[in-house]
Design a protein around this ligand. Structure first.
Ligand code: NAD
Length: 485
């Protein structure tokens, strides 16, 4: 019998009232149940929200400097347990251990950044038209925040939402993706060990449509921070808006890279492969389309193929593996469906496109790294987010054509330009419709102190991380003080 992981409500580890559980399956070996998590229902969510509501009064009154001390402890504990937590997360969602360890250490860095937040400014003094008035603002927490997260960054995303939520004085109910519910329980264990007062952080594991929806609909939840698919995000936005809740969405991407004629092609090929295939392509910021100047197209293509062919696929726990399985059967079916669609619509398959035949991979959701060329602009694989190890290689005549095609999408998350031309670099910053821009780097985010998020349909145009998080997790009181004469 696999180990059972409980919900964490009001400082206690408890079973879901539903009495039901969900198995978390290892995508590298579907016979292995990594753990059993709770299938929470409305009643469980009610209890968690009630606990968070009761805890809010004292927590929000505590000084932010003191709230930060809990995050500092959590950072130290997470660092100590980084190997253990990375291994569990790799077993749950498949990414290779080195990448997972990097993600856990990013979680540590985020906790350390927000641990210091209580020592930073919390408002401003404004000039007044009157000689006598003292006019200032003070940032205050929102109340109970619902945190809903995907499985693809099972450590970093929950932490980059929960750490700022908590340090700014909110209390939290956390509903992670069911695929990574065990990892979520481990993260909450760290916060509990750090001594967070009861009710300040609560975990309800379970299904999105049941537990996630109950959280979104709950009258006593004041804000929802969500990362996940566009379809679910839009539903959440509509429900939150109807109930007058603040919401924040970080959604999908169809991220382009552009390789110009003067680029360092070796660098560009290495970083395009990393951008597309790292984490088996399951990053919202993954490179999905690469537009290459016709003068260097053939050379770049050869380099790209050489690098992709050398990628070693395997169980994420195998230290030689460079690419693990996709996260679940659902992901496998979706990605294979897109590959089939690409073939049907007439794109040319250059490499991959199937399931690897190596021994030991038979019981996992492995997919070969895949590159298509001759991809017309209106083909499904050029337009929709695939969220798997699939890259479209596209020849362009010049920079202008590349920009036009790169921008012709509903998404606007991340984009890269490979060039040595400084003028083009700044032109690209102006031209490209993306919230996260990389010059001679792979598509991706930046560092924890920098804002993260997308333009267009890739987000609600709010930003996470760094000081940007303050905009979402606080509201402002404007205070005017008049002296009494
Ligand atoms: P998903 O939308 O299926 O699920 C995300 C979360 O929402 C899960 O916790 C799920 O249980 C919950 N959920 C599902 N239905 C719900 C409902 N009706 N009400 C409330 N909650 C519900 O997404 P996923 O498959 O877990 O993640 C993949 C997606 O996430 C991709 O589109 C990817 O691009 C996106 N993503 C975006 C970012 C970013 O920062 N922009 C980062 C990572 C992933």
């Amino acid at each position: 019998m696999s180990e059972q992981f409980l919900n964490y409500i009001n400082g206690e580890w408890i079973q879901a009232k539903s009495g039901e559980v969900i198995e978390s399956i290892n995508p590298a070996n579907w016979d292995e149940v990594v753990g059993v998590i709770q299938h929470s229902n409305q009643e469980d969510v009610d209890l968690a929200v009630q606990a968070a509501k009761s805890a809010f009064k004292n927590w929000s009154k505590m000084s932010a400097v003191n709230r930060g001390l809990f995050l500092e402890k959590a950072a130290a504990l997470l660092e100590q347990r980084a190997d253990e937590i990375a291994e569990i997360a790799t077993k749950e969602m498949g990414k290779v251990l080195a990448e997972m360890k990097g993600e856990v250490l990013r979680g540590v860095a985020i906790l350390r950044y927000y641990a210091q937040e209580g020592m930073r400014t919390n408002g401003e003094v404004l000039p007044s038209a009157s000689d006598e008035k003292f006019l200032f603002t003070k940032r205050v927490p929102l109340g109970v925040v619902g945190v809903i997260t995907p499985w693809n960054f099972p450590v970093a995303i929950p932490i980059w939402k929960m750490a700022p939520a908590l340090v700014y004085g909110n209390t939290v109910v956390f509903k992670p993706a069911a695929e990574t519910g065990v990892t979520a329980a481990k993260i909450v264990e760290i916060f509990a060990e750090a001594g967070l007062p009861q009710g300040v952080l609560n975990l309800v594991n379970g299904d999105g449509a049941v537990a996630g929806n109950a959280l979104v609909e709950h009258e006593d939840v004041h804000a929802i921070t969500f990362t996940g698919s566009n379809a679910v995000g839009r539903q959440i936005a509509a429900k939150a808006a109807l109930k007058g809740k603040k919401y924040q969405l970080e959604l999908g991407g169809k991220n382009p890279a552009i390789v110009l004629e003067d680029a360092d092609l070796e660098l560009a090929a290495n970083l395009t492969v990393a951008g597309a295939m790292k984490q088996t392509g399951q990053r919202c910021t993954a490179t999905s389309r690469v537009y290459v100047h016709e003068q260097v197209y053939d050379t770049f293509k050869e380099l790209l193929l050489e690098k992709v062919r050398s990628l070693k696929i395997g169980n994420g726990l195998d230290p030689n593996a460079q690419m693990g399985p996709v996260a679940s059967k659902k992901q496998f079916d979706t990605v294979i469906g897109y590959i089939e669609k690409g073939k049907e619509e007439g794109a040319s398959l250059l490499v991959g496109g199937g399931v690897p035949k190596e021994q030991g991979l038979e019981k996992g959701y492995f997919i070969e790294p895949t590159i298509f060329e001759n991809v017309a602009h209106d083909m499904t694989i050029a337009r929709e987010e695939i969220f798997g190890p699939v890259l479209c290689l596209i020849k362009v005549k010049n920079y202008e054509e590349a920009i036009e095609k790169a921008n012709d999408t509903v998404y606007g998350l991340s984009a890269s330009l490979f060039t040595n031309n400084l003028g083009r670099t700044f032109q690209f910053v102006d031209d490209i419709e993306a919230g996260l821009i990389q010059i001679n780097g792979e598509t991706g985010g930046a560092e924890p102190q920098a804002p993260f998020g997308g333009m267009k349909e890739s987000s609600s145009n709010s930003r996470e991380q760094g000081q940007a998080a303050k905009e979402f997790f606080t509201t402002i009181k404007t205070v005017t003080v008049l002296p009494v004469h």
